[in-house]
Write a protein that binds this ligand. Structure first.
Ligand code: JHZ
Length: 398
């Protein structure tokens, strides 16, 4: 049974960066109510009414996974680790974005699936066979029929949590795996969201935010098992699942039972845990708005760093517009010159460092704080400060 615990109010589609602010564009901007629920039976945290994926994964998809050094390194590391441990002959990636993971492979070793046409074109051009379609039972059958083989490794990062129908995901995965093949996927972790108070991990694309307890219930129904699990620092706290067929030779590691026990102890299977989180979110909203208002009143210039999908949730939930934040800087070329969804703050290209007249930069990309601080040493040295809302609203001056 789904029980609502968090209301993040009216939100736009996070990928819909606006090219102009004329009347027609504004009239056509799509909004929905972002309500988050906890399923008391299968422990899954999900958006109550997901948006139609065709509205989200278009041929104008903006996010480029290889935009940060942190993520390029992380994907290289996981590639080496998986190759060493599983020695796959043939691999598949679900949601290959701009190819940040598959670029590590030889072209005949990996197949990719990416429904956003503009992204699929990038990797097809590089010579990696990419299916520009949504992952489904039908596509899984088509792929194995075309290639005449199944996969020893299926990998997916920041994609499975985006798919409303998880039953179909796992049934298509089971069909596509070789006898002892492995499915490794990683997504934001609900344990980290609760700890970091990072409510901005909820937006239209993050249909679910996973716990170990929720995924173990689902895979069980598809004749699969979790044989290993890792908690990661990426994207502000992620979880990596290692899944195989129940009949596989893979042995279940201790980490699996450990995490299961930790999650039970932290009551991730109880509605009250999420209800309490929602009170902390309301406080975070009040604190952030109050801080920005105060700084503005004192004549400070505030900008935002990283036109992230996450910050779209923050700005729209907390009612932060360009009266408070003058502009957002982002290194992604196809976000520059556009406006943030819902609150319409202009997005500009970063200069060599943050402009001298800027007093404060809100960390829209707080998950890359280390990388950003390293790049913006001069800004900090000249007295500039960052603002973050995770784990609580505060100013960072060093
Ligand atoms: P980043 C996206 O979310 C969408 P977002 C998606 N749904 C998802 O799950 C996650 O990614 C994984 C910029 N930047 O990765 C680049 C700079 O400008 O936190 C990006 O636009 N300068 C698929 O958008 C943004 O910030 C920098 O120095 O919340 C970061 O976006 C750095 C480090 C980043 O994901």
């Amino acid at each position: 049974m789904k029980k609502k615990f968090l209301n993040l109010l009216k939100q736009p589609i996070t990928n819909s960066y606006l090219t102009n602010l004329n009347k027609k564009t504004l009239r056509n901007e799509y909004f929905y109510n972002l309500l988050v629920s906890f399923d008391t039976k299968n422990f899954l945290v999900s958006i109550t009414k997901p948006v139609d994926p065709k509205k989200q994964y278009t041929n104008k998809y903006a996010h480029r996974a290889s935009e940060s050094q942190t993520m390029r390194d992380a994907f290289k590391d996981v590639y080496s680790k998986l190759i060493k441990r599983f020695k796959p002959n043939q691999s598949l990636e679900i949601g290959s974005n701009d190819g940040v993971f598959i670029r590590n492979f030889k072209k005949n070793e990996i197949t990719a699936v990416e429904p956003c046409l503009n992204l699929a074109k990038i990797t097809n051009r590089l010579g990696y066979k990419t299916y520009p379609e949504f992952w489904s039972n039908k596509l899984a059958k088509k792929i194995t029929k075309f290639h005449n083989f199944k996969f020893d490794l299926i990998f997916s990062a920041n994609t499975i949590s985006h798919i409303p129908n998880l039953k179909e995901v796992f049934s298509a995965v089971n069909f596509s795996l070789t006898k002892n093949g492995v499915f490794v996927f990683e997504d934001p972790y609900i344990g980290s969201v609760l700890k970091m108070n990072s409510y901005d991990q909820f937006y239209d694309e993050h249909v679910h935010v996973f716990s170990f307890l929720a995924i173990s219930k689902i895979v069980e129904k598809h004749d699969l098992k979790i044989f290993d699990v890792e908690l990661l620092e990426t994207h502000g706290g992620s979880i990596r699942f290692y899944v195989c067929k129940k009949s596989s030779v893979q042995k279940v590691t201790k980490r699996v039972t450990n995490l299961k026990n930790i999650e039970k102890k932290k009551r991730l299977d109880k509605y009250i845990t999420y209800k309490k989180f929602s009170s902390r979110v309301k406080k975070s909203k009040k604190d952030l708005f109050k801080l920005l208002k105060k700084l503005k009143k004192n004549g400070k210039k505030i900008i935002s760093y990283g036109a992230t999908y996450k910050s779209t949730t923050v700005f729209n939930y907390c009612n932060i517009n360009n009266k408070l934040i003058e502009y957002v800087i982002d290194s992604t070329i196809n976000k520059q010159g556009k406006f943030t969804p819902g609150q319409h703050i202009p997005i500009v290209a970063p200069g060599k460092s943050i402009n001298k007249d800027v007093g404060y930069a809100f960390l829209g990309a707080w998950n890359f704080t280390k990388e950003i601080k390293k790049k913006e040493k001069k800004f900090l040295k000249l007295g500039g400060k960052f603002i973050t809302h995770v784990p609580k609203v505060k100013i960072i001056s060093k």
